[in-house]
Ligand binder design. Structure first.
Ligand code: G
Ligand code: G
Ligand code: MN
Ligand code: NA
Length: 253
């Protein structure tokens, strides 16, 4: 289709950009991680969010070269921040469902780590809960990634038809509580209870918990009081291009 051709051209013309959103340690207030989020800087239409093109990239298979570009760019950026003297951070990269079924996905990740010389513990792969359908394949990919030394997190936790069985069967380092639960968790008693339960389950299973989409000081306090490990959201920062983040590093330290 026309969109697919446009996306292919955009990749060749280097019109994609990575924005980064900080992950904050809620007990120290320090930035300990970044999530890479893709955008398309269209020459006429301006900045296009991923929701408008990721599914086309998945349907056409362009998600494979695009995903490789995202991983390489994010790893290089993380390496460059370290070289510039910032304290080391874990870079999180989203993996699409299609990439999970890419036969050489582990080799691809391994190759990028070698190429960029980023130590594997500074890379985290986010897999959305909705991708966890073919259990055998998910276990295989998670094992492969962990063997490389990369961290794994479940994205959008609680949003899909999640099964708590996954937490038992997959070796996962972090769960990211979906932002729909964080929204109004201070005024909505159901959300408040659910969030507390998620935190407790994860921590009893020796996983770390990240709350997504923190927008208010009240939400932050609630999460801190309930021992949530990390947070991400507009309260701290929107996803930003790398040059704008550098100033932000200083602000939060
Ligand atoms: O940044 P924003 O909130 O607009 O992102 C919307 C969605 O796009 C999120 O669910 C996110 O997981 C997805 N997304 C962003 N960047 C990437 C990427 O590099 N690869 C994949 N597969 N998904 C991404
Ligand atoms: O990968 P994931 O599905 O988690 O994508 C995160 C998305 O959530 C990104 O598109 C990002 O722009 C968005 N986001 C991050 N923080 C906030 C927030 O505090 N509020 C809202 N509404 N969206 C957020
Ligand atoms: Mn994510
Ligand atoms: Na999410």
């Amino acid at each position: 289709t026309q969109v697919e051709t446009e996306l292919k051209n955009a990749l060749e013309k280097e019109e994609f950009r990575l924005y980064y959103q900080p992950k904050v340690n809620l007990s120290t207030g320090k930035i300990e991680g970044m999530e890479a989020l893709i955008r398309w800087e269209h020459p006429e239409k301006g900045l296009i969010p991923p929701a408008e093109f990721i599914s086309f990239a998945e349907d056409s298979g362009l998600i494979f070269p695009m995903g490789e570009w995202v991983l390489r760019t994010a790893c290089l950026q993380n390496k460059n921040w370290m070289k510039a003297g910032f304290s080391p951070m874990v870079m999180s990269v989203n993996l699409s469902v299609r990439q999970l079924y890419q036969p050489n996905i582990i080799d691809m990740v391994c190759g990028i780590l070698e190429e960029t010389k980023l130590a594997p513990e500074y890379l985290e792969i986010e897999i959305t809960e909705s991708a966890m359908v073919d259990k055998k394949r998910v276990i295989e990919v998670i094992r492969g990634l962990r063997r490389l030394g990369v961290q794994i997190s479940i994205d959008d936790f609680g949003k899909g038809y999640s099964s708590l069985q996954y937490l038992n069967e997959f070796q996962i380092d972090n769960i990211k509580i979906d932002q729909t639960f964080i929204r109004n968790c201070t005024t909505n008693t159901n959300n408040s209870t659910i969030v507390k339960m998620f935190i407790e389950i994860a921590q009893r299973l020796n996983m770390k918990v990240i709350a997504e989409g923190i927008e208010t000081k009240e939400e932050l306090i609630f999460l801190q009081q309930n021992s949530c490990n990390y947070g991400q959201g507009y309260l701290f920062s929107r996803p930003l291009p790398p040059d704008e983040l550098i100033q932000f590093f200083d602000k939060i330290e």
